[in-house]
Design a protein around this ligand. Structure first.
Ligand code: HEM
Length: 149
């Protein structure tokens, strides 16, 4: 198994990075849609319905498949012999930041369901501020995996 994972290492890493790109596209875009949804569309309006469809398609068809692919290829990299040195710090900083990013994904999913039910209680300002969370996590993740401190 280990030998096989070594053979496909560059494929796995390429697919991991591609999945990261599509996941991050959604992670950064969905809160921006929420900002416009809360500030520009009254509950029950035609615009409200358009935003709900946009949010559903982004979350269900882009973000959910992407997060699964990121985890699958990421864990394949973890199990590839020689890739992770557990005596270093970076696997732990990356791991914590990735778990936090996964929590953020779930949080966005819960907020999407609020909008769907017409019960969103958060302001545009809250969504603007929450947009900074994945930015900080992305910095920690990329510095961890590239600098390998
Ligand atoms: C979800 C769970 C994740 C796991 C288990 C995971 C694990 C890994 C592992 C073990 C590597 C291999 C490092 C190497 O080959 O030296 C890697 C590479 C990489 N990961 Fe992740 N990762 C995950 C999520 C993410 C996320 C969310 C991002 C970005 C936001 C990310 C960005 C990268 C990048 C850019 C590389 C390539 C680094 C390089 O080639 O130097 N990963 N990942």
């Amino acid at each position: 198994m280990g030998d096989f994972l070594i053979t496909i290492y560059f494929w796995t890493k390429s697919l991991h990075i591609i999945a990261v790109l599509t996941w991050m596209a959604g992670i950064f875009y969905l809160p921006r849609i929420f900002v416009y949804h809360v500030e520009r569309a009254g509950v029950g309006s035609e615009t409200d319905d358009i935003f709900k469809v946009m949010e559903m398609k982004l979350y269900r068809y882009i973000m959910n498949p992407s997060i699964i692919a990121v985890w699958v290829f990421g864990l394949m990299l973890v199990f590839t012999p020689g890739v992770v040195d557990w005596s270093s710090l970076w696997p732990y900083t990356k791991g914590i930041a990735v778990i936090a990013m996964t929590w953020f994904h779930m949080w966005l999913g819960a907020r999407r369901r609020d909008f769907l039910a017409g019960t969103n209680s958060r302001s545009g300002r809250t969504y603007r501020m929450m947009n900074e969370v994945p930015t900080l996590l992305m910095l920690v993740i990329v510095f961890s995996v590239v600098l390998k401190f």
